[in-house]
Write a protein that binds this ligand. Structure first.
Ligand SMILES: Nc1ncnc2c1ncn2[C@@H]1O[C@H](COP(=O)(O)OP(=O)(O)OP(=O)(O)O)[C@@H](O)[C@H]1O
Ligand SMILES: [Mg+2]
Length: 351
């Protein structure tokens, strides 16, 4: 019976308001209110982390003593440089990983108490969007989304209604019969959002959803996530896209080496203006820890010239060269934190 309780304790999002509904979309009748935990009038947070740590081995923990709550209907950005623990935190939330320490509750459920066999039922309530889309290459757009419903045991009739609805909502009505390789990156990501949202999950997680997309397409995907959030789903987005985070001004939780170092209600990507030295140090650290960038080149500092004799002329240091790196769509080395929008500020006097 634990399964049924897992599903029932989630509060279903309200149906989308008329303004957000695709024309002709069928509106499901509201589900009965799920029982709330705790004293009457006290809402159960959708996500609760209490002293959560996760170590992969003997190395430093990927997530360390994380404590926070996320309420129903919130839109939260999870930011932090590469390796700071964002994906680990997401994977803990979908129970792909178990914490080494601490407690995680989702909609009032202690995740540790969900048995292995019940995990697929739990995951029906959590939509997940990945950076690399993870679409089935030999299935059409329609079938990719329908598949997500069929594996949760929904009837053909439900599938025939829900799939066109969600594809209209995500702007894909004209691409139903296309295969993933016939779509642009932005369209593929829309399919993956449609697939994550087709069950109207109360919680939607997106790990770097715009990491492979250009700025304009990224805005479209963020708009879509925002639209989904407005239907009542709680949305958590892990991202490097500082430009986007700054523009959206939602809650920001920042991780640094696995620790939560900032939690702001309407934050900007960077907590404050950095000095040019801090900026350069962050860039170097960020580039150096990326596997797709030549580590040695990223760390390369200008060679220190031999000391000039006290009386002789002083040779100027050669200017540092940018690290050579791949120049593909997913090249983050050009920008401060992998943002597709350049974030380099005009030079300022050092503080
Ligand atoms: N499967 C794994 N085995 C061992 N260590 C891992 C594993 N996955 C992640 N790590 C380590 O855990 C730390 C956090 O990684 P994680 O992927 O959560 O970071 P991230 O913030 O998502 O980074 P990025 O922005 O690059 O995606 C890193 O030091 C990483 O090397
Ligand atoms: Mg990650």
């Amino acid at each position: 019976m634990a399964t049924r309780r897992v599903t029932r304790r989630f509060r279903r999002p309200v149906p989308p308001p008329a303004a957000l509904r695709a024309p002709g979309a069928r509106v499901e009748p509201p589900k009965p209110r799920a029982p709330q935990r705790g004293p009457v009038g006290v809402r159960t947070p959708v996500i609760e982390f209490r002293g959560v740590s996760k170590s992969y081995g003997r190395t430093d923990p990927a997530v360390e003593q994380a404590t926070f709550t996320i309420e129903r209907g919130e839109f939260v950005f999870l930011v932090g440089s590469t390796g700071s623990g964002k994906s680990t935190l997401m994977r803990l939330l979908i129970k792909e990983l178990e914490p080494t320490e601490g407690h995680i509750r989702v909609a009032g459920h202690e995740l540790a108490q969900i048995e292995r066999g019940k995990v697929p039922f739990y995951r029906r309530n959590v939509g997940v969007v990945f950076q690399d889309f993870k679409l089935l290459p030999n299935r059409t757009v329609y079938d990719n989304v329908a598949y997500a419903l069929s594996v949760t045991g929904q009837s053909r009739r439900q599938i025939r209604t829900k799939v066109p609805d969600v594809l209209r909502l995500t702007g894909l009505s004209t691409k139903l019969h296309h295969y993933p390789d016939q779509l642009s990156g932005g369209e593929q990501q829309r399919v993956s959002v449609a697939r994550a949202f087709v069950n109207h999950p109360p919680l939607l997680l997106a790990d770097e959803p715009t990491g492979n997309l250009d700025p304009e397409t990224s805005i479209g995907i963020m708009q879509l996530l925002y639209r989904i959030n407005r239907t009542g789903s709680t949305v958590v987005v892990a991202t490097h896209d500082s430009g986007m985070v700054d523009k959206m001004r939602r809650r920001v939780i920042e991780l640094d080496a696995g620790r939560i170092v900032r939690d702001e209600a309407t934050g900007l990507y960077a907590a404050r203006d950095e000095t040019t030295r801090e900026f350069a140090a962050r860039l170097r650290a960020d580039l150096a820890s990326r596997p797709d960038v030549d580590r040695a080149a990223a760390m390369a500092r200008p060679p220190i010239p031999p000391r000039a004799p006290a009386s002789g002329p002083v040779e100027p240091r050669p200017a540092p060269r940018p690290a050579p790196g791949p120049r593909g769509r997913h090249d983050r080395s050009r920008t401060a934190r992998g943002s597709s929008t350049p974030t380099i500020r005009p030079p300022r006097p050092d503080r």
